[in-house]
Design a protein. Structure first.
Length: 425
């Protein structure tokens, strides 16, 4: 009996010692784990601090190096980017040899083109498609626009895009205005992001993707790109290189009309058009910041679907282009009753007096339809190249202008008359 009690007591002591050892080991492992977590946090905060400092330096440099008005640029290289041959990149360097300001990922350049046969310069805006951190040159990737589908045979294609593709050669000079635009990536956010490009609408979101890669961003990134088929896709090698070198970056390529030569799983990921239902197969939830650039019907459809999914309006960012885009994303401030009889619009420099009704569209479209030339680049209120002095009356805007519009002036590409007006045009 005494021996049994001794053995039992020994077991209790051994168990206590073992428990103490386990506790010590657990504390030791916990300390190691905590130390590793602290080290990771320290690395993370150091990286974040370095990125913030770098962003401040970039912002200061952008402010110091930007320019007013036009600046001469030389075409240092042109490169076809797709098998169809209708998307070409133009690499531009400043003729004066000076430094270039960085730009915000998603911004565009405004060009004033001396197109043969045109009496006045042609103003157009094209998105920057390269990394904002490339300080030596800018790149724009431009699609040569075909004639309208219902146009007569022999009708030319896009005036400015045809000029770039057919006439502009290396060493030619261009008049360029500084980077501009409000469709930009929130570079201070740490939230996951979805970048969506349709056709040549790829360009600004590719710039965003490249910035995220160049800054070693820890954000979860999904890059959705929709085109018709393999001959249409552009800059594929660049996209693949970025995705393959960043484990938290993902890409999904959709072909709406794949050819027999297109192989699913190799050339593209899915057949059909991009939709939110498609994206739900890849995204964990709707808690992302969305950036969309593409044809107006695509942007309109995706915006409605995202809103139905519960994505807040502030998390849906779009790059609209062309008058059709403006009509889809905006609504006139005027009621039908106010414009039922129309308003008189006097163009003082050309000596024309016209009647505007809702069918006429914007003031720029009214001018275009009546042979009155007003410079206009983006046609969606971003570049301000169409700003015109308002001599009498006031205007109403279809959409909110980007930036401030000086008193006594109007952005005619997104405005309508709010009563009888007089314009210096």
């Amino acid at each position: 009996m005494a021996l049994a009690l001794q053995l039992f007591g020994g077991l209790i002591v051994a168990a206590a010692v073992m428990q103490a050892c386990v506790g010590l080991v657990s504390q030791f492992n916990g300390a190691i784990l905590q130390r590793k977590m602290d080290q990771r946090k320290l690395v993370y905060f150091k990286t974040q601090t370095a990125n913030l400092i770098k962003q401040d330096e970039v912002e200061r440099e952008r402010t110091e190096l930007t320019w007013s008005g036009k600046r001469k640029f030389r075409v240092v290289e042109r490169r076809i980017e797709n098998q169809d041959g209708n998307i070409c990149s133009f690499y531009l360097a400043p003729h004066d040899g000076g430094k270039l300001p960085t730009f915000q990922p998603g911004q565009f350049l405004t060009f004033e083109l001396a197109v043969p046969g045109e009496q006045a310069p042609v103003v157009r805006c094209y998105s920057l498609s390269d990394s904002p951190l490339n300080s030596d040159q800018y790149r724009v990737s431009i699609k040569k626009l075909p004639p309208p589908r219902d146009a007569k045979k022999g009708t030319p294609g896009g005036l400015a895009s045809s000029y770039f593709h057919d006439r502009l050669q290396e060493d030619d000079m261009l008049d360029v205005m500084a980077p501009n635009g409000s469709f930009v990536l929130d570079t201070h956010s740490e939230r996951p992001v979805v970048l969506i490009g349709g056709g040549v609408g790829l360009t600004p979101v590719l710039s965003m993707l490249k910035w995220l890669a160049d800054t070693n961003s820890n954000r979860e990134v999904w890059f959705f790109y929709g085109v018709m088929h393999g001959n249409d896709i552009a800059l594929r090698d660049e996209i693949n290189a970025i995705i393959s070198h960043n484990s938290h970056f993902h890409s999904v390529i959709a072909f709406s009309n794949p050819t027999k030569k297109c192989v699913e799983g190799r050339d593209y990921d899915l057949s059909g058009r991009l939709s939110v239902d498609v994206m739900k197969n890849y995204l964990k939830n709707s808690n992302y910041e969305f950036y969309i650039c593409g044809p107006p019907p695509m942007m309109e459809s995706l915006t409605e679907q995202l809103q139905d999914w519960g994505v807040p309006e502030d998390d849906i960012n779009m790059e609209a282009f062309g008058p059709a885009s403006v009509k889809r994303i905006g609504k006139s401030e005027l009621s039908d009753a106010e414009i039922s009889e129309g308003f008189n619009v006097e163009f003082t420099r050309t000596g024309k007096s016209l009647v505007w009704t809702s069918d006429a569209g914007t003031l720029l479209e009214l001018a275009d339809a009546n042979g009155i030339r007003i410079n206009a680049g983006c046609r969606v209120g971003n570049c301000h190249s169409c700003i015109t002095a308002l001599k009498e009356g006031k205007v109403a805007y279809i959409k909110k202008p980007t930036g401030q519009v000086a008193q006594g002036s109007a952005l005619v590409c997104i405005s309508q008359p709010d009563g009888d007006i007089s314009l210096d045009a």
